[in-house]
Write a protein that binds this ligand. Structure first.
Ligand code: MN
Length: 362
């Protein structure tokens, strides 16, 4: 089977899968999390195309280490931001042009730089700059860990997320901050992770976040599959004066700590282990989803004045108490054209269409 056909079939499967239904938890969790892995590709004849990127910039030694680690496994292409883009998150550049430049890495090999974010670098690759797609995206090796809440800021992880949005399996790899970083262990780990993803596949929306302690292969306690932990930030707002006498601010303070709860990525790394954490792009709060469906979502009655001003924030409670909002919530999932309950407000009609769209697009 060609990769293109495999992709099309996967897309069709995703369309059928739809939104998680009420009661999903009782059936063993939302459907989107229980899909079969990506069909196993046949790498025998062709080498996988691997895209390498990062957020520390094209000149980073971590990027070079990742490229050198993965190039025996496939055809590697390096495209990365031209400057350090750490903590830019999933920023996408839309309001100015982007320039792509050919670069030479420290080992003499060719790379490309983009004067934008890590997401821009991945976008350019998937929007046709190279004239072909990729089978795997690897982002890193970041200089500094990306544990727990860090992933919400991380350009390294966002680059992998951008790949996943483009239906390409991806992983992000970061190494604990150390004054004189040696990426040997992280390079070895990258090959293990890449081999596993190419062999086993990832489902839609999934990526892997890897954090490596600043140790040698002999010193580490091995790989642990973990969940995201909780970071504890000690950021401080530092106020200084610029040469023209105007104050400016700098977010400073000591590096973040974390809660060393067993099973988390933070706990693994502080205990000399390599943390391999599965991430899913579906950020829906499942517990909150259930609660929200019990809340009142009635829009205020149209009083005929036409304005509606002065009414916001003053949503009346439904007369029938708890039963009614649940009915409204169910109503929003009806297909347009399906028979609607007589007492339902008209607003959910639009929500219903939006929901349908959300269902088919995943
Ligand atoms: Mn970085």
């Amino acid at each position: 089977m060609t990769r293109e056909r495999a992709r099309t079939e996967r897309r069709d499967l995703d369309k059928e899968r739809g939104e998680p239904l009420a009661g999903g938890a009782a059936r063993g969790g939302p459907r989107a999390l229980r899909t079969p892995a990506r069909p196993r590709p046949e790498w025998g004849s062709s080498r996988p195309r691997i895209l390498i990127t990062n957020d520390d910039g094209v000149e980073s030694r971590g990027l070079l280490a990742l490229k050198q680690a993965l190039e025996p496994m496939g055809d590697v292409t390096v495209v990365a931001p031209d400057t350090n883009q750490s903590a830019v998150g999933h920023q996408k550049t839309l309001m100015r042009p982007l320039r792509v430049r050919e670069r030479t890495l420290a080992d003499g090999s060719m790379a490309y730089s983009v004067d934008g974010s890590p997401t821009d670098a991945v976008s350019i690759a998937f929007l046709g700059y190279f004239g072909h797609g990729f089978d795997l995206v690897a982002s890193g090796i970041n200089y500094g860990a990306n544990l727990g809440d860090d992933i919400t800021y991380s350009g390294t992880v966002s680059a992998a997320m951008e790949a996943v949005i483009n239906n390409c399996p991806a992983f992000a790899i970061s190494q604990e901050y150390y004054e004189h970083p040696d990426f040997t262990l992280a390079g070895i780990v990258a090959t293990v992770v890449a081999r596993n993803i190419l062999r086993e596949g990832l489902s839609r929306g999934e990526l892997i976040n890897v954090n490596v302690p600043a140790l040698s292969l002999e010193e580490t306690g091995g790989i642990e599959v973990t969940r995201l932990g909780r970071r504890v930030y000690s950021d401080q707002l530092v106020e200084r004066m610029d040469p023209r006498g105007i104050p400016y601010f700098w977010i400073g303070g000591p590096p973040p700590s974390g809660l060393a709860v067993p099973g988390t990525d933070f706990h693994a790394v502080v205990n000399r282990k390599i943390a391999v954490t599965p991430i899913h792009l579906d950020l829906t709060g499942r517990r909150l989803l259930k609660r929200l469906r019990t809340w009142s979502w009635e829009l205020p009655e149209d009083d005929g004045s036409g304005g509606g001003t002065g009414q916001t924030g003053d949503t009346p409670k439904p007369a029938s108490g708890r039963g009614r909002p649940a009915q409204t919530a169910r109503g929003t999932r009806r297909r347009p054209g399906a028979k609607r309950g007589a007492g339902l407000p008209s607003a959910p009609r639009r929500s219903a269409r939006a929901d349908e769209r959300g269902t088919s697009d995943g």
